[in-house]
Design a protein around this ligand. Structure first.
Ligand code: NDP
Ligand code: 8X3
Length: 253
């Protein structure tokens, strides 16, 4: 019986890389996202390359009913999730608070905070009943420091930081590990989404230094699951060697 990892937001970036990393290590995967064609393409390619199975679930984590219905009615064979990676998330817009787009705010809070909660609420009871599991929440350095025009995105990631701590307290004694991985800048579709498709502006975020890649975060996500049963990484902040924190990035040009 292979272990099962459920990864939200697996159609791109960290989620896709994390899914592939766990597949390489013999996990069956439940992968989720809104873009079904990408989910199906990843399933086809992973199943062709690894001796594991993939279940795709297409839903928007902001939709409480659909998220809850899909995750609480998993087929028996898929219901015992060992590792939950709460990764689905985004930044939308980057404006001073007085000029912020309220739709952007809703999008970030509904996805990064409420979506993570809906998914966790559906999966945690099974982990508690089985007395084992590992939840990995993808936070951010933006959940550690607030930067200019980061306001609501930073707030949403500070919420992930707080929820992760709360989960760990509430789940004490239940045999469940709770880890936050808080990455700095990594080149994925993140900045394109943040800048609403402005690819030049998105690229400029990574000018003059080597940011992390999605695969770096995947390496860390798998690593934290490999430790002995008594040992839990609670909080893992990771950046490129060129980045000290949200404020300091060393650029060569
Ligand atoms: P990408 O844009 O490359 O990937 C985001 C993923 O989240 C996609 O698979 C997307 O799938 C999914 N997603 C977004 N909104 C929803 C939604 N409403 N419902 C379901 N799935 C959704 O970005 P990253 O891989 O970089 O980001 C992943 C996580 O990492 C996010 O939580 C982000 O905040 C965080 N992060 C990113 C950093 C970076 O520099 N890249 C640094 C620190 C943290 P689909 O569109 O198909 O729904
Ligand atoms: C993404 C990293 O620096 O854009 O969470 O906030 S940053």
């Amino acid at each position: 019986m292979r272990p099962i990892a459920l990864i939200t937001g697996a159609t791109a970036g960290f989620g896709e890389a994390i899914a592939k990393e766990f597949a390489q290590h013999g996990y069956d995967l439940i992968i989720t996202g809104r873009r079904n064609e990408r989910l199906e393409a990843i399933k086809t390619s992973v199943e062709a390359n690894q001796k594991i199975e993939v279940l795709t679930l297409c839903f928007d984590v902001r939709d409480r009913k659909d998220t809850t219905d899909k995750l609480t009615s998993l087929p028996e064979r898929w219901s015992k999730v060992d590792v939950l990676v709460n990764n689905a998330g985004l930044a939308s817009g980057m404006d001073h608070i007085q000029a912020g787009d309220i739709d952007d705010w809703d999008r970030m809070i509904d996805t990064n905070v409420k979506g993570l909660l809906y998914v966790s609420r559906a999966i945690l009871p099974g982990m508690v009943a089985r007395g084992k599991g590992h939840v990995i929440n993808i936070g951010s350095t933006a959940g550690k420091e607030v930067y200019d025009k980061g306001n609501v995105y930073c707030a949403s990631k500070h919420a992930v930081d707080a929820i992760t701590k709360g989960m760990r307290i509430d789940l004490l004694g239940k045999g469940i590990k709770v880890t936050q991985i808080a990455p700095g800048a990594a080149e994925t579709e993140f900045s394109e989404v943040r800048f609403h498709g402005d690819t030049d502006r998105a690229k400029s975020v990574y000018n003059g230094y080597q940011p992390m890649a999605a695969e770096d975060i995947a390496t860390l996500a798998y690593y934290v699951t490999t430790l002995p049963p008594h040992l839990c990484v609670n909080d893992l902040v990771a950046t490129s060697i060129s980045q000290a924190n949200s404020y300091y990035i060393h650029r060569e040009s």
